[in-house]
Design a protein around this ligand. Sequence first.
Ligand code: CO
Length: 166
Amino acid sequence: MNQFKFLFSVFCLTLLLSCGNKEKKKSNSAFDTKSETVATDTSINTVEITASDAMQFNTKKIVVQADKKVKLTLTHTGKMAKNVMGHNFVLLKKGVDLVAFGNKASTAVDSEYIPDDGDDVIAHTKLIGGGESTTIEFDAPEPGTYDFLCSFPGHFAIMKGKFIVE
Ligand code: CO
């Protein structure tokens, strides 16, 4: 399976390189309808995650490639308001203790649960409520495994996972 994915990626990259940006913009061409992957910008890590009224992310593991930007979109698929079931995505620097950070963040009410010292965070989205969506872009950190969480009070016990840079 991994081998297939790799070969498919190489195939797409080859198509992209040989056809260039001109083809990418023709969204209705037969070329694009063969494979949506071709239209995807392979110079960037595109990550789409969701969070729900059940206080959960749809994933516990996000894998990206190093030396590329990350474009991450968080969508709240629920209906509950931000002040009741708010969600964000917070990526912690290496070595930052998730529980300690989560506890500190829960008191940062005025800054939507992002401590304003800023020392612990690589990147974070804004806090959103049901039906909302938010996108951020940041440089992938150096290869390794990082923790991510939702820093809304009480959520990090469940809403957390690993962000792996390969
Ligand atoms: Co949350």
